[in-house]
Structure formats: structure tokens, C-alpha cells
Design a binder for this molecule. Structure first.
Ligand code: GAL
Length: 570
């Protein structure tokens, strides 16, 4: 991997906040001499060469985009990305190419990427043809490809940036190096890989217990119970204190849940309400804007991190195993909440930088509270160099097709994604089961019933099917555990697009609705509302995961009310 410093990089970059950052310098065959840069009025402009036939992936969790060639993307953290603009719960300034290289730009700025969507002016004759005479057939017919295009990247407000260029003969090997740069992928405890059920927000502790008993009586394989905002005395902003009215004896509840074999997850976000015991202590270490009437702790200061982590430790000591750290992704496109980009923080970070680093610094703070206790938690914002954090991204806003695409794109940038199942997404039993199936074959099996007074499947009268699919999930846990070990040691993500392993197969370049799961499974979910789809299996030997029957590679149509899953045997 080669580090190239262009201009003078700024002080606050993702690598500075990554304690496990590890770079080993080596030469690359990438044409470094073809990289140019300039300081312009709009920011720091970098130009990189683009080859003919090149395909590009990454820039974080992309729910609306896959192959980025020909696209303009501006990476900004946002809770509600609506189109393929680069807005994301977890934008990352890293991309990987099918031509055997990847580039990480160490910046916390909202950079603009033009992947061959812009071309330099060329002298043309009156018919619009380039004045240079094309002398080869290839050149004559090249007007529709990216042969004369380039990658242009504009980073606002900086005078320079460090680039890291890594190479490998597959997309997977390049991404693995990016993950190892951050210190490798995270590991996950087995219980975190079993299913989690998030209870209705306004449940009382008795009702939570009732649900917990119901799962055990019916042998519905739930390992973790998640509590939503109602557990707190104030939730928007947060007090991080139990709500006496609904939870009069929280320790008793946690003890009873533990005795039944459950793990417990608590919802929160980092905007701190004045009634919170940590509010006054945090004020000197908070940004200069409030959100939902609460202060915004600056987790880039050791003081804010410690005050917040110390309080969180009291919850951990009660028996809490994981957290859902919500609302840290900001909103420019719909609700317009969160602090502005010009906010300033005591560490010296501005609002733009803090938005890019917020999720990561918040995850570090929660991990400081959890100590050595293994966890698999949830987060709504992450960014660069996030592979080492055992947190899964989620959201409930998208259609099923976007959820599936998230499974294929998250792994390009060191991120984990769950296409969570939520009651209000599903209008029919078929849709509910379909969503559950794709969730069972994802990093985290999450039923988010925060808005639903009863278990969502009761409305569809499909308890037996839910029971069956969650038992399938249980059977996948050892395989997932092994996949996480590989993620940690080698940087290969547990869920990844086909192009990771099959970079020499051009058929895979646009497949964003199938993905590789653990070492050798290929999952091709059927999107809600359909009962058949076309599946592509790359060259090799495959068997049907459920029946064990041999399946020939290539393209074929599958009709099923289950989920098409195949196992690679060679
Ligand atoms: C949303 C989150 C939901 C739920 C809700 C509670 O931001 O995506 O899953 O937790 O907050 O208010």
C-alpha cells in the first residue's frame, strides 16, 4: 500500500481518530505520476486516471447506487438518502476498482467524486469529432466509454489530503487491505448473531417480560431483547435514566431476562437532555448548538468521552450487553435536525467534520463503557476506518430492494448492514416473510417492533413461519462466527457483493441484488411483491442450500416463496 501526500493535509482526519490505524508502506504499480492536484476556489481538486471498462464501488453504505462509474457522488452523512447522490447513513471516502486498485482519502470533509462523469475539454472539429485523428478501431468506437474521462475529486475547505493506494487481483483483496488499514474487521459474540427483537417503545417492564416469556414458551429463537425510547425518563433529547413509570424496578427486569438466557440492548442517542445527570458535566465539552433541546457532547475530547462512558458503565453494570445508538447521522433531506455544518466543538472540529466522525467517536465511547465485554450493537452513522467496531448499521426507511442492495454495498467500505424487519413496512404476510428471509441471511437478524404493540407476525397469522426462519438463523450462527473471525484477521467482510470474489467475471459488475454470505453461500433474495427472479451463479460448483441438489452455474429463473440460497462446493 502506498501513501501519497498531496498538498498539506488538515489536522483532523479519520486516521487521527483511529487508534488501530496501521499502514505499511510498499510500492504499487498504480501510475502515481498521473495523479494531479490543485487548490481551487471551491476546494482541493484531485484528478486520477480512469481506464476503459473500469467499474467502481464503495463510498460507504449506498442504498440507491452500486456501480459508481459515470456517477457524481457527494458523500454526506444523512438519515434519509433519497437518490444516488452519495448521501448515506455511513459515507466513506474509499473506493475500489475492478482494475485491481482502491483509493482511501483520509478526510472528514464532504468530498465530491466524479467517476468519469466529467471530461476535459478537447478541441473538436465542426462535426463535434475530436481533432486528434483516431488511428485504431478501439479509439474510433470509444466515444461511449470512459476512455478519455477521469476521476475528479473535490474536497472543500482543505489544502491537501493523504491518499492511500492499495492493490490486489480481486475487489475482495483490495477491500481487505482497506479494512486491515483500520486494524481489521470486528469480531462478534454468538449471541449477537442470533436474532434480536426490539420491543414496542411504550411497553412497561411487565409487558417486556411477558414478551420474553412468550418467545421461550413458543420456542421462537430470540437471543436479545431491545428496549426503545420508553425506557428513559426523557428520550428526545436523552436522559439515560430509567423511566420510573414504565420501569419501576429495572434491575429486577434485567435479572429476570438474564435468568431466561436473554441479552439486553438499550436504545439511545447522544443529544443530552438537561434533566440528565451528565448534562451539566458535559456542557463545557459540548458543541455550540443544541439538538432537540439537548447538548451535543464532543466525543473527540477525552473529557466528554469519559463522562459519557462512565455513566454508560452504570447501565452495563446492571446487565446491559449492547446499545442501539440512534440519530447520529443527521438530516439534510427531510427532517433537518442535528447541528449545522458550521457548528464548532471544543476539540477544534467543525460541524462538517463532526458529522463525518460522530458515529465513530460515539461507538468508541460506548465501547469504552463496555470494556472487554463482547458486543454486537447497532449504530445509525459510521464513516471511514470503521471496520473494527462491532456495530451494525440499520434504518427503516427504504423499500425492500434498497435493503437488499445495502447488503451488497456495505462490505465495500468496512461496514455492516442489517435490512431490519419492521411491522409498518409490510402490508401483507408475504411481504413480512420475504423481508424476514433476507434479514435472516444478513449480518444481524433484527426484528424492530418499536412501533408495534404486538409481535408483528400475529397480525399476519404466521407464527410458525417466523419460528422456522429464526431456527434457520440459529443454524447459521457457527458459520457467521467463522466469517467474523475471518473479518477480524483478514479483513474479508462476512457479507459482500459477488464482484468481491469474482472480479474477473464481468457479469457480476452490476449485480446488486445477490450477495455472498459467510465463506461460501450465495444469497439471491426475492424482493417483496414478487415470487420469481433471475439468479446468476458464477462459474464453479453449486448446490441448493436447502435441498443439497446440484445447481448448474449461469443464469436461470427461480420461482419460490422461500429465499434462493446456494452453497459453493468448489
Ligand atoms: C428512529 C429509529 C427507529 C426507532 C425510533 C424511536 O430513529 O430508526 O428504529 O428506534 O427512532 O424513536
Amino acid at each position: 500500500m502506498k501513501k501519497i501526500t498531496l498538498g498539506t493535509p488538515e489536522r483532523f482526519t479519520p486516521s487521527r481518530f483511529c487508534p488501530t490505524f496501521h499502514h505499511e508502506e510498499s510500492d504499487v504499480s498504480y501510475p502515481v505520476k498521473d495523479i494531479t492536484f490543485a487548490k481551487t476556489k471551491r476546494g482541493f481538486l484531485i484528478k486520477l486516471p480512469l481506464q476503459k471498462g473500469e467499474h467502481i464501488y464503495g463510498l460507504g453504505l449506498q442504498l440507491k447506487a452500486f456501480d459508481l462509474i459515470g456517477k457524481k457522488m457527494t458523500i454526506r452523512p444523512n438519515a434519509d438518502p433519497m437518490a444516488a447522490t452519495g448521501d448515506s447513513h455511513a459515507p466513506v471516502p474509499f473506493f475500489v476498482s475492478t482494475k485491481g486498485y482502491g483509493v482511501y482519502l483520509d478526510t472528514a470533509r464532504y468530498a465530491e467524486f466524479y467517476f468519469g462523469s466529467s471530461r476535459p475539454l478537447k478541441a473538436r472539429d465542426k462535426d463535434g469529432k475530436p481533432k486528434e485523428i483516431a488511428i485504431s478501431t478501439e479509439a474510433l468506437y470509444s466515444h461511449n466509454d470512459t476512455a478519455d474521462a477521469m476521476i475528479e475529486i473535490l474536497i472543500p475547505s482543505v489544502d491537501g489530503v493523504d491518499l492511500y493506494i492499495m492493490e490486489g487481483d480481486t475487489v475482495g483483496k483490495v477491500v481487505a487491505q482497506y479494512n486491515m488499514l483500520a486494524g481489521g474487521g470486528c469480531c462478534a459474540p454468538e449471541w449477537g448473531l442470533s436474532a434480536i427483537y426490539r420491543c414496542y417503545s411504550r411497553y412497561s417492564q411487565d409487558k417486556v417480560l411477558e414478551m420474553a416469556k412468550y418467545f421461550r414458551e413458543k420456542e421462537i429463537a430470540i437471543a436479545t431483547i431491545g428496549l426503545e425510547p420508553g425506557w428513559q425518563s426523557h428520550a428526545y433529547s436523552c436522559s439515560y435514566v430509567w423511566n420510573d413509570a414504565l420501569y419501576p424496578a429495572p434491575q429486577k427486569l434485567l435479572d429476570e431476562l438474564r435468568a431466561m438466557g436473554y441479552h439486553v440492548n438499550l436504545w439511545e442517542h447522544a443529544f443530552v437532555h438537561p434533566s440528565s445527570p451528565i448534562y451539566e458535566k458535559l456542557l463545557p465539552y459540548s458543541g455550540d448548538h443544541e439538538v432537540w433541546g439537548g447538548c451535543v457532547p464532543d466525543f473527540a475530547t477525552s473529557e466528554a468521552k469519559k463522562i459519557f462512558a462512565d455513566h454508560t458503565k452504570t447501565l452495563v453494570a446492571m446487565g446491559v450487553d449492547s446499545f442501539k445508538i440512534d440519530e447520529c447521522d443527521s438530516s439534510d433531506l427531510t427532517g433537518n435536525w442535528s447541528f449545522p455544518n458550521h457548528a464548532s466543538f471544543p476539540s477544534g472540529l467543525d460541524g462538517e467534520q463532526y458529522h463525518s466522525l460522530f458515529g465513530t467517536l460515539y461507538m468508541q465511547t460506548i465501547l469504552a463503557a463496555l470494556g472487554d465485554a463482547p458486543t454486537l450493537s447497532e449504530v445509525r452513522n459510521a464513516g471511514a476506518l470503521a471496520a473494527p467496531y462491532p456495530f451494525v448499521l440499520y434504518s427503516d426507511l427504504y423499500d425492500h430492494r434498497d435493503f437488499i442492495r445495502g447488503n451488497a454495498t456495505a462490505g465495500f467500505s468496512g461496514l455492516l448492514w442489517t435490512p431490519e424487519v419492521r411491522d409498518t413496512q409490510s402490508r401483507t404476510k408475504e411481504e413480512f416473510i420475504c423481508r424476514l428471509q433476507s434479514n435472516v441471511f444478513s449480518v444481524q437478524c433484527l426484528i424492530n417492533a418499536w412501533y408495534c404493540e404486538e409481535a408483528p407476525w400475529l397480525a399476519f397469522d404466521c407464527e410458525d413461519e417466523v419460528k422456522y426462519w429464526l431456527s434457520v438463523r440459529e443454524s447459521l450462527v457457527p458459520m457467521l462466527k467463522e466469517a467474523f473471525d475471518r473479518y477480524q484477521n483478514e479483513g474479508i467482510p462476512p457479507v459482500r457483493a459477488l464482484v468481491f470474489d469474482y472480479t474477473d467475471d464481468a457479469e457480476t459488475y452490476r449485480i446488486d441484488d445477490e450477495y455472498l454470505f459467510c465463506r461460501d453461500l450465495l444469497v439471491a433474495p426475492i424482493a417483496a411483491g414478487r415470487d420469481e427472479r433471475e439468479v446468476y451463479l458464477p462459474a464453479g460448483e453449486w448446490v441448493d442450500f436447502f435441498t443439497g441438489e446440484r445447481v448448474a452455474p449461469g443464469k436461470f429463473t427461480v420461482t419460490t416463496d422461500g429465499i434462493p440460497v446456494y452453497r459453493r462446493v468448489k
